[in-house]
Design a binder for this molecule. Structure first.
Ligand code: FAD
Length: 813
């Protein structure tokens, strides 16, 4: 077959991800697809994978993607005639201490929230299932019967055959060497065998995806790391259908293979491979065996399966795999180039993910938008910071080292910090701030009072900051606090067509007079919420847009990509131009009035307005908004003046007892007020109507906007899920999200957010209540609710209105 000179879609890479993507593009979309592989199919990381296939992740959508893989692998042979080696052996995940056991109980609840029957087993039950295992140190194990194992090369060959059967053209020994670009888009893929003109390119080049991306100016922040496992000779008494084992406290995993065991692990001291380019001639290649490094796993594995001490090792595999700074893979439209899509960085679960990742990526390529909420793997979760290879390497190695450590709630990464600091960093540090990091920014999570060590001490129950955050929370409710939110992403959209562009992009009506703010969602074509932000009209043709720190690349790409063809509107990221100080609390007005000549009375400066005001001789953009439910302003200060303005506010606020407050108090405050957080409470899977945000959608106006058609189509039908709040009285309970919601004893959904409300003195959770026949007010109100928290049921009360309404409280007072 000769290489075509033209194709609608070129997929680069013939590993499991490329083959799965080509298969789905051809099968589901009848697309004109060419796949190019520089060596032979599977010759990158795929051929040497161990082949464990697990399904549970902390995101419901990603769990769905992984479940899809399993369904695909089960049935693929019937379609293609090529076996995948799929065996549903189930997976045992062991626990040897109380914290791990709590983690497993929470995992089992998450699994059930996502519709998977994970069970908890006693050591005796584990022993009965896996008699060769030493179980004396076990507290128990979780058991997911539908997990299993498969043959990575066989699946890939089966997918490749399926792709060909559906019309895709696959070429081996063809290397992509560059791209021709026009107006930021790829027009031609240059290869060792000639050029291919194309509409879209999918970069599934595994650990080479970074350098392939770089050929088009795209950043794919992954790091190849050496990962090792051994394959033993036959072990007497080992069943061929023995479950796979994950033994996280001993950092190891096991899988049966031809009567012997595959055993590998995630060490705390991983070995990065190159931070330079990966050699092109790395076909079917491995590193030398490194038994010195592997010994740590060997010792732990022998303690678990003593038969390993005497059995011979048939082979050691030491291969490179791409890992990422947050342990999640990388999918979607590259923000730097509208027609390059990426599927790479699979963190040693590419076999488990392959089927499903190819399915959703193919849909994404065809539609130009993700088919479901894929935020946790979306390439737009990164920023320019991730162009720093050493930073990416350091953070990736930390994430690798934590693969099997206990996942404590609220845990922060330690590497590569501090990286980006606000001008207030030193001042806040002096006030005992304990920082967290978000997209490289240091942000104060809480402030340690005198006598408390300013650092997080993690545990499964209430952590050491709990009481201090309560004080900060009450301070904002009763007096006034100041939050350093300088890391907020900020853009300006300007030009004669700026309003027209935003009318189309925003679900709410932004065509308000100069000086007004609009809280709005940005919807996808399904009516799902792609972003949630504030738009301030600064001038007729200038809008200032503020969104969450982590959404910087995502939201600017979404807005940039949807500015209508030919419109005169320019989007500029001004994040670093402004520090942001949020002054919140009943005394906020008194403090602000003391530092500015502008009239900040309610009549002169009402809610939902933006004004330029002067503080300490600097011009500030003051936005009257709140995320805590109290009177307040977000003050956007020229970055260099942030310290000076902060000092002025602190000095003027002294008599009002002002104090700095951190992000953990902010979270508690917003939970009480019922503000939704994008990425958890509201996602591309949820419409504003389902989220109870229909009031912020301009359906009554005659302006078209993205998502309008979908919302109108759905408007005649009953909502199948609705967002609701829950409170739990029991003070011992810790809510984190993903706990199952039971209505009259039946599962109807799970929490998307969970935390503690200090003013209410109760645990608070939010989530969607689902019902196939529709969720009416009556349905919501008439049930008896419980939450399942770490496998235990606890009574809960449902709330359809904000649980705490400060304005109402004050009227009452
Ligand atoms: C030791 C080890 C054990 C593992 N165990 C498991 C496991 O148990 N379960 C699991 O789910 N995952 C496991 N993995 C991970 C799994 O192997 C990977 O996640 C998966 O294979 C990644 O597939 P891929 O298609 O992204 O990459 P690859 O298989 O590397 O495919 C990328 C392809 O792109 C080609 N390419 C690169 N550049 C170009 C170019 N310029 N032109 C054309 N072609 C190009 C390469 O030649 C390569 O074939 C393991 C990995 C390792 C290293």
């Amino acid at each position: 077959m000769t290489l075509p000179s033209q194709a609608a879609i070129v997929v680069i890479g013939g590993g499991i991800i490329g083959c799965s993507t080509a298969y789905h593009l051809a099968r589901d979309h009848k697309a004109d697809v060419v796949l190019l592989e520089q060596g032979k199919l599977t010759s990158g990381s795929t051929w040497h994978a161990a082949g464990l296939v697990g399904q549970l992740r902390s995101s419901a959508s990603i769990t769905r993607v992984l479940k899809y893989s399993v369904d695909l692998y089960k049935g693929l042979e019937a379609e293609t005639g090529l076996a995948t080696g799929w065996k549903m052996t189930g997976c045992l995940r062991l626990a040897t201490n109380a914290d791990r056991w709590t983690e497993h109980k929470r995992l089992a609840t998450t699994a059930r929230s996502f519709g998977m029957d994970m069970q908890l087993l006693s050591p005796a039950e584990v022993k009965a299932m896996w008699p060769l295992m030493e179980t004396g140190d076990l507290v128990g194990a979780s058991w997911l019967p539908t997990d299993g194992q498969a043959s990575p090369s066989d699946i890939t060959q089966s997918l490749a055959k399926g792709a060909r059967m559906h019309g895709a053209k696959l070429f081996e020994d063809v290397r992509v060497t560059g791209f021709e670009m026009k107006d930021g888009r790829i027009t031609v893929v240059k290869t060792s065998e000639g050029d291919i003109t194309c509409d879209k390119v999918v970069n599934c080049a595994g650990q080479w995806a970074r350098q392939v991306g770089a050929l088009a100016g795209i950043n794919v922040p992954l790091q190849p790391v050496k990962h090792q496992y051994i394959i033993t000779e036959k072990i007497d008494g080992l069943a061929t259908d023995a479950p796979t084992i994950r033994d996280p406290d001993r950092r190891t995993y096991f899988k049966e293979e031809v009567g012997g065991l595959v055993m590998g692990g995630y060490e705390p001291n991983p070995q990065a491979w190159t931070t330079g380019d990966v050699p092109n001639d790395w076909e079917f290649r491995l590193f030398d065996d490194d038994y010195d490094h592997f010994e740590q796993h060997m010792m732990q594995a022998i303690a678990r399966v003593p038969a390993l001490e005497t059995v011979g090792v048939k082979q050691m595999i030491n291969g490179p795999e791409s890992f990422t700074p947050d342990g999640n893979f990388i999918l979607g439209t590259a923000p730097e180039c509208a027609n390059m899509f990426v599927g790479a960085g699979f963190n040693a679960f590419g076999i488990a993910s392959g089927g499903g990742a190819g399915w959703v990526l193919a849909q994404w390529v065809v539609d130009g938008e993700a088919p479901l909420d894929l935020w946790v793997v979306d390439i737009r979760r990164f920023s320019n910071l991730h162009r720093d290879r050493q930073w990416v390497c350091d953070r990736t190695l930390e994430a690798y080292g934590k693969h099997y450590t206990i996942g404590f709630p609220h845990e922060e990464y330690a590497s590569g910090r501090p990286r980006i600091v606000s001008p207030l960093y030193d001042r806040l540090k002096q006030q005992n701030a304990v920082f967290g990091s978000k997209l490289g920014w240091e942000r104060p999570n809480w402030f340690a009072p005198q006598g408390i060590e300013p650092r997080d001490i993690y545990s499964m129950g209430r952590q050491n900051w709990f009481a201090a955050v309560g004080d900060e929370h009450r301070h904002v409710r009763e007096k006034v606090g100041i939050f350093d939110q300088s890391s907020f992403a900020k853009y300006e959209l300007s030009g004669p067509d700026a309003l027209k562009a935003l009318d189309w992009i925003c679900a709410n009506d932004v065509s308000k007079p100069v000086g007004r703010l609009t809280y709005t969602q940005l919807l996808n074509t399904r009516g799902g919420i792609e972003a949630d932000l504030t738009v301030a009209r600064l001038a007729e043709e200038t809008f200032y847009i503020v969104t969450g720190t982590g959404f910087r690349t995502h939201d600017s790409s979404w807005i940039g990509d949807h500015i209508g063809e030919g419109l005169k509107a320019t989007l500029v990221d001004v994040t670093e131009d402004f520090g942001t100080l949020s002054l919140m609390g009943p005394r906020a007005r008194d403090v602000l009035a003391a530092v500015t000549d502008t009239d900040v009375s309610n009549a002169a400066f009402p809610f939902g307005h933006v004004r330029e005001i002067a503080i300490a001789g600097h011009t500030i953009r003051a936005l009257r908004v709140t995320y805590v439910g109290e009177l307040g302003w977000e003050l956007h200060v020229p970055i260099a003046a942030t310290g000076e303005v902060f000092d002025a506010l602190m000095a003027a606020g002294k008599k009002h007892d002002i104090r700095p407050v951190g992000y953990r108090a902010l979270e508690s405050l917003r939970l009480e007020k019922g503000y939704r957080a994008w990425g958890s409470d509201i996602t591309p899977n949820d419409t504003p109507q389902e989220a109870g945000l229909g009031w912020a959608v301009k359906l009554r106006k005659n302006t078209d906007f993205i998502g309008r058609r979908a919302l109108e189509t759905a408007s005649g039908t009953a909502l199948k899920k609705r967002f609701a709040g829950f409170t739990v009285d029991d003070p011992e309970i810790v809510l984190l999200g993903r706990e199952t919601i039971l209505r009259d004893g039946e599962p109807v959904g799970y929490l998307t957010s969970g935390g503690y409300g200090y003013t209410l003195g109760m645990n608070i959770g939010y989530g969607y209540v689902r019902n196939a026949d529709g969720v009416s007010d009556d349905f919501l109100a008439s049930g008896d609710y419980e939450l399942v928290v770490a496998m235990e049921r606890t009574p809960a009360k449902i709330h359809l209105e904000p649980m705490y309404d400060p304005a109402a409280e004050r009227v009452k007072a």
